[in-house]
Design a protein around this ligand. Structure first.
Ligand SMILES: Cc1cc2nc3c(=O)[nH]c(=O)nc-3n(C[C@H](O)[C@H](O)[C@H](O)COP(=O)(O)OP(=O)(O)OC[C@H]3O[C@@H](n4cnc5c(N)ncnc54)[C@H](O)[C@@H]3O)c2cc1C
Length: 331
């Protein structure tokens, strides 16, 4: 199959000196003149000409979209078009009607044909508390550049939940917090919530010592070790859409910590207008969907008298998860 199926009606744009320079680098290999192929249709910026599109998160944080690939799409289309273009390249068909594009994207996502979604990328600038960054960095498929607390002074910004948003340790989930403290005056709950905020204030007070010690010459790389993990950090985070959807699937889920969920929801809101068809399919097939295990399917098949029973398992967590799914399905 030829590499180029059509010859663009444009003239070569490289200059003789550029060609000579390229030849110098390449030695015996001649680099042929480049051509600039104009867009067939007027193009529009998926970010509407903005340098960044930003959503505030928590008390001092934000998620800002700073770049996208594709940044330019044909008028009347969204960045979903790049997914369709990648999927269709294998059998050489050009752009079709938007309705067909929607069907194709939904098919690809449903059947986990994931590589076309890797053709779309987004770059974000994010400010979040360090304890959230610890969770976030586990998503290894992104490219990250973080603020250096060895190189620069850590800014005086700490995450503090409001008193009515302080969560108690969950009784059912060792990893989670759920119910908040009742903070009406004179309850023991209110006292505990106030004590928690005092504790945060004490930790944040260490910032003054951090400043004094760095001013006195202690290296920033050592001085930072006394700062609490609710201090904010920042990074640039670039990731392809396939892996962003995976991140969103895990971090928009109710099992993820509330604070990182707030970031994931903001990120999803930023992507919504840029890849609306993909986001709709993602909500239908991932976020709002449910995975059934073989024992669960067998329990449904074995339903007697309209009543679906237990799964064939002695594992209490598995049974609890099935119970939650049954409730959601109304079985
Ligand atoms: C609610 C929740 C609780 C969690 N609790 C804990 C915890 O207690 N302790 C803990 O340590 N972690 C915890 N994690 C982190 C979790 O285990 C994952 O590390 C994290 O969610 C990143 O997921 P990922 O590997 O799918 O993502 P990514 O790193 O973005 O990877 C995406 C996908 O790329 C592929 N991939 C990436 N790197 C490789 C590789 N090197 N080899 C092969 N395939 C690769 C895999 O298919 C992977 O699923 C928790 C996560 C969540 C959402």
């Amino acid at each position: 199959m030829p590499e180029h199926t059509s010859t663009p009606a444009t003239t070569p744009t490289s200059t003789p000196s550029a060609t000579a320079a390229a030849q110098g680098v390449a030695g015996e290999i001649e680099v042929k003149p480049m051509t600039h192929v104009p867009a067939e249709r007027p193009m529009r910026d998926v970010m509407g000409g903005a340098s960044r599109v930003q959503i505030p998160v928590l008390d001092h944080g934000f998620v800002a979209l700073v770049d996208a690939m594709p940044r330019l799409v044909p008028e009347g289309q969204t960045a979903d078009a790049a997914i369709v273009q990648a999927a269709r390249v294998s059998y050489g068909q050009g752009t079709k009607a938007v309705s067909e594009d929607r069907g194709l994207i939904r098919y690809l996502l449903r059947h986990r044909h994931t590589t076309p979604f890797e053709m779309v990328e987004f770059k974000f600038h994010i400010a979040m508390p360090i304890f959230i960054a610890r969770q976030w960095i586990r998503h290894r498929t992104a490219n990250v550049n973080e603020y250096s607390a060895r190189y620069s002074i850590v800014p005086d910004r700490f995450y503090t939940p409001t008193i009515d948003a302080i969560r108690k340790q969950s009784k059912s989930n060792r990893q989670g917090g759920e119910e908040t403290f009742a903070t009406e005056a004179n309850t023991s709950d209110a006292a505990t919530a106030a004590a928690f905020l005092d504790y945060l204030r004490d930790a944040e007070a260490l910032y003054e010592k951090y400043k004094t010690l760095t001013d006195a010459g202690v290296s920033r790389e050592l001085a930072r070790m006394g700062l609490p993990v609710n201090v904010y950090t920042e990074w640039y985070w670039k990731c392809d859409l396939h892996n962003i959807l995976r991140f969103l699937s895990l971090r928009m889920d109710a099992h993820a910590q509330l604070e990182i969920r707030a970031y994931a929801h903001a990120m999803a809101a930023l992507l919504e207008p840029i890849v609306p068809i993909t986001m709709e399919a993602f909500r239908d097939y991932d976020l709002g969907a449910m995975h059934l295990t073989r024992p669960e399917i067998e329990a449904i098949r074995a339903a007697a008298g309209g009543k679906v029973g237990e799964i064939d398992s002695t594992n209490s967590r598995e049974r609890a998860e099935w119970s939650a799914k049954r409730a959601l399905l109304g079985l």
